[in-house]
Design a protein around this ligand. Structure first.
Ligand SMILES: Cc1cc2nc3c(=O)[nH]c(=O)nc-3n(C[C@H](O)[C@H](O)[C@H](O)COP(=O)(O)OP(=O)(O)OC[C@H]3O[C@@H](n4cnc5c(N)ncnc54)[C@H](O)[C@@H]3O)c2cc1C
Length: 411
């Protein structure tokens, strides 16, 4: 396999066309500082700035080039955790509320990208939550029954129907409408531009090294001090969207697991080959955790994601990428034997952080006054960026709703 060992999304844009933002120098004062310029930070910067909040976004490296550029670019209109699990963990009412919030955010996120004219190759798709023929279909059937009982969308397909529709051996699937695919890197750039047009201040190449609260009795009235090597942002609140907790918040690292997952993008597939595969508006999402995810790109390639491991030391990263991208191509050929011998043109790893129960943690933490977090996308999808941004805006404006707590640290 002679894959280019780099992400598909960032490779498609010439270096000269990738926008540059200044690094932070000197002192900037805002109402809210956002640390981390991935899709979550960029969406949050836009949502807050559009609501009239004075914000500064501070990114350590380049905007949108970490987990965001490594993401599959799929908006899934439901939480990452099955309804059956949510129901068992939090009860019927909370499960329904979490479901509705996720669905609303996914629809709104696609609508927002359209409304802002962000050119991120957004395409509506159906999501097929499928099981391979190796898996037992009963659990997914139970999920389908509970959805029916609660009036939640999701058409259960028996093994025979799933296999016919997905053109691969499957022991069952649930089909869901209202998903979307897009380019997550371009989306983050579009959102950050839109934030800037609402006067958000954007900085990159500026790792935050410390966040300090003023001392003494008037501590709560003193601004927070967010420092980088050459600059300082003072703000009354800070929002942390750094993917995982990073070394800035070591005490909460036990709630998150640093993981690495792998993605490959094939060479463009001929019309004859595509004929043997599910039609373009489908995303296949394996209903096991962790599972595979398969989507089309606009230039007729397949993006296949899967294989999840604990994060490795930096020195083992290149060899692991070669090994696991070859493994992914093999697994793709098991799913669709017609693809045997197809080349991977791109292969990359994604360094992600999953929360302890599979849902992202969005909101305040009692040990960190005036801080808000959106961490551990929790095997969530890219659409949860707007869910996070909307919840964070409500916390900033003091209008948090009861169901926002479902996503917080106290759930
Ligand atoms: C089906 C599906 C499953 C997924 N599963 C997962 C999953 O299990 N877990 C997961 O996390 N994601 C997962 N993702 C991807 C997830 O949606 C992406 O992680 C998301 O798009 C990017 O999120 P982010 O903004 O949180 O992270 P990033 O894009 O990584 O952004 C964080 C930014 O913070 C910056 N930063 C870090 N430290 C500092 C500092 N000290 N100062 C300033 N900046 C700093 C980084 O440089 C980085 O740019 C999945 C996506 C899909 C579609």
């Amino acid at each position: 396999m002679s894959a280019r060992m780099r992400p598909y999304w960032t490779s498609r844009l010439a270096e000269s066309r990738k926008p540059r933002f200044p690094s932070l120098r000197g002192h900037v004062d805002v109402e809210v500082a956002i640390v981390g310029g991935g899709l979550f930070g960029c969406t949050t910067a836009y949502v807050l700035a559009a609501a009239g909040v004075r914000v500064a976004l501070i990114e350590a490296k380049r905007i949108g080039q970490q987990a965001t550029a490594a993401a599959p670019g799929v908006i899934v209109p439901e939480p990452a955790v099955p309804l059956v699990t949510l129901d068992a963990m939090h009860g019927r009412r909370a499960a329904r509320a979490a479901w509705e919030m996720s669905r609303r955010a996914a629809l709104d996120f696609a609508a927002l990208l359209r409304r802002l004219g962000v050119r991120a190759e957004l395409e509506p798709v159906e999501i097929a939550n499928y099981l391979s023929a190796r898996e037992e279909g009963r659990e997914l059937e139970r999920e389908g029954r509970l959805r029916r009982e609660m009036g939640i969308e999701g058409q259960w397909l028996t093994a025979a129907r799933a296999s016919a529709q997905l053109r691969t051996e499957s022991s069952g699937a649930i089909r869901v409408k209202a998903g979307a695919t897009f380019d997550p890197y371009r989306a983050s750039l579009g959102l950050v531009r839109a934030a800037k047009s609402h006067r958000a201040k954007i900085f990159e190449g500026s790792p935050v090294v410390a966040i300090k609260q003023g001392g003494g009795r008037a501590r709560d009235a003193m601004p927070l001090q967010i420092s980088t090597a050459r600059g300082l942002v003072t703000a009354s609140k800070v929002i942390v969207t750094t993917g995982g907790p990073t070394r800035l918040f070591r005490p909460i690292t036990r709630r998150f697991t640093p993981l690495v997952t792998y993605r490959v993008v094939t060479e463009p597939l001929s019309a004859a080959l595509r004929h043997h595969l599910p039609a373009s508006p489908f995303v296949l999402r394996e209903a096991t955790c962790p599972g595979h995810l398969l989507r089309w790109t606009r230039d007729h390639r397949l993006l296949f994601a899967g294989v999840e491991r604990l994060r490795l030391p930096e020195r083992s990263r290149p060899a692991a990428l070669v090994q696991h991208s070859a493994q992914l191509m093999y697994e793709l050929s098991l799913l669709y034997p017609d693809l045997s011998g197809i080349r991977a043109d791109y292969a990359w790893d994604a360094r992600i952080s999953a929360s302890d129960d599979g849902l992202p943690r969005i909101g305040p933490h009692r040990h960190y006054p005036r801080h808000l977090f959106a961490l551990g996308a929790g095997r969530a999808d890219d659409g949860s960026a707007l869910l996070a941004a909307s919840i964070l805006l409500r916390h900033v404006t003091g209008t948090a709703e009861k169901q926002d707590a479902l996503w917080g640290f106290g759930r």
